[in-house]
Design a protein around this ligand. Sequence first.
Ligand code: ASP
Length: 350
Amino acid sequence: MLKMKEINFFHGLGLCWVLCLTACQKNASSSENKPAMQQRPAYAIAIHGGAGTLSRANMTPEKEAAYRSALDSALIIGETVLKNGGTSLDAVEKTITYLEDCPLFNAGRGAVFTHDGRNELDASIMDGTTQKAGAVGGVSIVKNPIQLARAVMDKSPHVFLTGRGAEQFAIEHQIDTIDPKWFFTPERWQTLQEMLAEEKKAGPTGELDPALRDYKFGTVGCVALDAQGHLAAGTSTGGMTNKRWNRLGDSPVIGAGTYASDDACAVSCTGHGEFFIRYAVAHDVWALMSYKNLSLEEAANFVVRKKLVEKGGEGGLIAVDKAGNIALPFNSEGMYRGYAKPGERKVMIY
Ligand code: ASP
């Protein structure tokens, strides 16, 4: 039998051991955390305004200045949210709302026309923390489809709503609806007319003039990392000029055009949607990081510059990882894009 004195001795020894262990663990975890905290910027945000819609030959200095200034303004909107402690989701939604209202980009106001002369808009958003997502496809009366996608995520049990049902949901949830004339821009109308004329010449199975292919794409997107380390991604588009039969591209498809997960990265894509759907491009970047331990840059470059090129899929993507690294690869002639971190803001086209 142990005497009381001995019990106290062992008890004291045990307590010392526990205290020592706790102190050591504390030290270890604070020294582990330090570099990560130093490395991760307070926020990071990246945007795109579409790839493949542009070529140097079609660009004038005035047009270029207008695009640069719109991209810069969009970044400032997102940065302001993040600098004020807002969430990455809010930054993504607000930034995309601005880009949707700008007629320069193929999303919202500047959406391209379908074969039948309508505008059918698609958008999606994903929360990297909860992995919740919302998406809408083929809506024609919703002023800002990204806001509707957010409402689908926040206020419905579903992920993806389309057409009339999505519009009904918008009305029921007081999302701004508008006369479809709002989406009429003469430049996009002219592009459709040129494509229709070209199609007539080429016949139903003929190849289009490559110069016209430049006009096919366009989309806007945003990815962000906030001060809490949460990631979000969103994408919005009018799709491809001359699309038919209620065609949907990758932009509203979670895993294809948009993906976010706090454990790795947030991704938004732009380009020839059929390829981005087939190869689950946004999710593929996440998968390469998660399962193969690739860095963001390696994963994004592999998917865009190797895999998509081999398969014939034109376009690009923007991505941010949990450490605030940014990647903006594309395999087309250019991609309207930009990024910002504390003390750094840049927009680029080619
Ligand atoms: N990915 C979009 C679509 O296929 C178009 C684009 O991003 O340019 O609808």
